[in-house]
Design a protein around this ligand. Structure first.
Ligand SMILES: Cc1cc2nc3c(=O)[nH]c(=O)nc-3n(C[C@H](O)[C@H](O)[C@H](O)COP(=O)(O)O)c2cc1C
Length: 204
């Protein structure tokens, strides 16, 4: 075993992770969900507080209700905000996702932060590394996924839908399912365009 064994596999997963917003009508076994969540909880967190809580939603009505929050937020302000900012293809994809595509995923994971296990300043940022692990693990097991936060616009209603206590704040909703279509590689700027040596402005 060399130091770089496994890196190519890791990089392949990282480079193929994309936001999936349209899902096939195909079930996802609990075993796969469990594997992805096991990866999620191996993330770092401030003081190792592990403040994450995940609510795995399969119930069709509850998924539809969460989807309705997404659609309401999108239609109330999100679409107007994004029009002219997002590339047309991305806008169309987000629109399709937030008006039904995401809610049609067989599983919605509501990700929450337990404020009793973290400082206010770090509790939410302690949950997002776990979300990234979840996204990568989902990709590795062949599932589509996406990090979405728009439903937290209506945090009180989202909390109510999945029974979160007051101290547990919803921070994201991650759909999981078989992608309806193959997604191409993500478009990202090369790291060297945003990496500096010693001081900002001296590019790599
Ligand atoms: C903090 C955060 C919030 C996001 N919220 C949403 C969201 O509410 N709805 C959505 O469709 N995508 C959401 N996304 C996904 C981004 O649109 C996506 O990561 C970006 O467009 C890159 O897409 P790609 O990975 O498919 O290239 C969010 C991403 C992040 C990091």
């Amino acid at each position: 075993m060399t130091e770089t064994d496994g890196f190519d596999d890791l990089l392949a997963v990282i480079r193929s992770q994309r936001a999936c917003r349209v899902f096939a009508d195909a079930p996802v076994a609990d075993e796969l969900i469990g594997r992805a969540l096991d990866a999620a909880v191996h993330a770092p967190s401030a003081e190792n507080g592990q403040p994450w809580e995940f609510v795995v939603v399969r119930d069709a009505q509850r998924r539809a209700d969460i989807g309705a929050l997404m659609a309401r937020a999108w239609e109330a302000h999100g679409r107007a905000h994004s029009e002219g900012r997002l590339a047309p293809a991305l806008l169309a994809d987000v629109d399709a996702g937030l008006t039904g595509g995401i809610a049609a995923a067989p599983v919605l994971v509501v990700v929450a932060a337990d404020t009793r296990r973290g400082l206010r300043a770090t509790v939410a940022s302690s949950v997002f590394p776990a979300v990234q692990n979840l996204l990568l693990a989902a990709t590795a097991v062949g599932l589509g996924s996406a990090l979405t936060t728009i439903a937290t616009t209506y945090a009180a209603e989202l909390r109510e839908l999945v029974g979160l206590p007051d101290e547990v704040e919803p921070v994201a909703v991650v759909p999981l399912g078989v992608p309806a279509r193959r997604l191409g590689p993500p478009r990202r700027d090369p790291f060297g365009e945003h990496t500096h040596r010693e001081r900002y402005g001296i590019l790599w």
